[in-house]
Design a protein around this ligand. Structure first.
Ligand SMILES: [Zn+2]
Length: 292
């Protein structure tokens, strides 16, 4: 569990396994990079035996002022994930882990998605009597309007749809239809006394990040602004699948600048153990302080 002022933040794991080959993802990664970074990459961020990046998929449960807020909702169970065997047809006790972290589904007040890719919306809904219904019946769901607009268009296009492996219609549209969603743009927009929403487009058109402030301390929930700590050292290295690769690089530097300047505790969507940490400015750029 992590603390930011009066807030507690608990990680709720879905998976933490080897995924894509590192050298496929980061084409600029050379033997010289391995010599420089190998000492911290394995085993928490890289699996030496297979050459795979080790990625976590998790939610962050933020508790503050009597509220229980779930940030990103992972892949979900029983979902077909072509090309992603490590996330295909999962059967994980995610809701049990969420309860152990301090929240039963009906206790969640707010679900906030940094963006609407399939690995960030999966537990928004569950199937009941053949229908997709909100998993968190008492929650408002905060979605980025530019992402909703974009993926609705993709979903409606017979050549491109269904969007996000079907998760847009299974895990986002039902929330809209139940009238549970609040659509925001990345203003910046102040959600409440503790949380401000800011924009970081590029990985998806409407990707946002969440700034938390409590008692003079700061936290930042960055979603997929960077997937891996190598991207803190090399902010121009994109993870695959961006709506706009150049914009993703600009957003990464914007968020890195904010994290370093505010000394915030940073909560990424996929970074491995210790899962949260800080970013420091250096003469060359940035470096992560994620001691494990
Ligand atoms: Zn992701």
């Amino acid at each position: 569990m992590f603390k930011v002022g009066e807030a507690t933040i608990t990680r709720v794991e879905e998976t933490y396994v080897g995924s894509y080959p590192l050298r496929d993802v980061f084409k600029d990664f050379t033997d010289a990079h391995m010599a420089e970074h190998g000492h911290w990459l394995a085993p928490h961020h890289y699996i030496a035996e297979t050459g795979q990046i080790r990625l976590a998929v998790h939610s962050w449960l933020l508790q503050i002022d009597g509220k229980k807020i779930l940030i990103d909702s992972c892949c979900g169970n029983n979902k077909v994930k072509p090309g992603r065997p490590f996330w295909h047809m999962l059967n994980e006790p995610y809701l049990e882990r969420l309860a152990a972290a301090g929240a039963k589904p009906d206790e969640i007040d707010l679900v906030m998605c940094t963006h609407l890719h399939h690995d960030h919306v999966g537990w928004n809904t569950r199937q009941k009597d053949g229908k997709w219904v909100p998993t968190f019946p008492n929650a408002r769901y905060v979605f980025s309007k530019p992402d909703v607009d974009y993926f609705a268009k993709v979903d409606a296009d017979p050549k491109e749809g269904p969007a996000e492996l079907g998760t847009f219609r299974e895990c986002v549209v039902p929330i809209l239809e139940y009238g549970k969603a609040d659509l925001v743009d990345g203003g910046p927009y102040r959600l409440n006394d503790f949380i401000e929403i800011d924009s970081a487009p590029g990985h998806s058109p409407g990707h946002v990040f969440f700034k938390l402030a409590s008692k003079g301390e700061q936290g930042v929930f960055i979603g997929d602004v960077w997937h891996h700590l190598l991207q803190v050292y090399y902010p121009d290295w994109n993870f695959p699948k961006n709506s706009d690769a150049a914009q993703a690089r600009v957003s990464r530097r914007k968020v890195l600048d904010h994290c370093a300047a505010s000394s915030a505790l940073v909560f990424p969507g996929h970074v491995g153990l210790p899962f949260a940490g800080r970013v420091e400015k250096t003469a060359q750029g940035f470096k992560p302080d994620f001691p494990s």
